[in-house]
Design a protein around this ligand. Structure first.
Ligand SMILES: [Zn+2]
Length: 151
């Protein structure tokens, strides 16, 4: 089916995130996926973007070659776009912002995913890390200097 990069946000309203994402050509909507929701914390929101799938984007195309149907979208968000957006979100007050890279065999709302979680302090995040996103691991960018309990 398709790769999608979905997002988990904490401490930043969706409307504010979308203001920041607009310049990166990304628009997020809340994604009601029961499987993922049960694995999130109370202050976290699961978000999908409404662009084309990520099969052909810089972050999404790494592991499986896109079919012609999912050809590379030159206007799709790049690794630099994601890095800039994450930094903007953290500067705007987000507590955490995570990216989840997953190959969906069902719709993004009905897919069952077992999500691993990997905290990364925002100061250590690089485009190289974004280009090596592991599948099914929520790479959760955290504010630097937070207590371990907040990761
Ligand atoms: Zn696709």
């Amino acid at each position: 089916m398709c790769y999608f990069i979905t997002v988990v946000a904490a401490g930043l309203p969706l409307s504010r995130l979308n203001e920041l994402a607009l310049t990166r050509r990304i628009v997020f909507t809340e994604c009601h996926n029961h499987s993922v929701a049960t694995q999130l914390r109370p202050d976290e929101t699961y978000l999908a973007h409404d662009s084309v799938c990520d099969c052909g984007t810089e972050l999404g195309s790494r592991l499986r070659t896109p079919s012609k149907r999912h050809s590379v979208d030159p206007a799709g968000p790049t690794a630099d776009d994601w890095l800039t957006l994450i930094h903007s979100a953290m500067n705007a007050g987000a507590k955490r912002l995570g990216l989840l890279y997953h190959w969906y065999t069902h719709d993004v709302t009905t897919e069952t995913i077992t999500v691993a979680r990997k905290p990364v302090p925002v100061d250590l995040l690089t485009t190289a890390m974004l280009l090596e996103l592991p599948e099914d691991t929520l790479v959760m960018v955290t504010r630097t200097g937070h207590a371990p309990a907040d990761k």
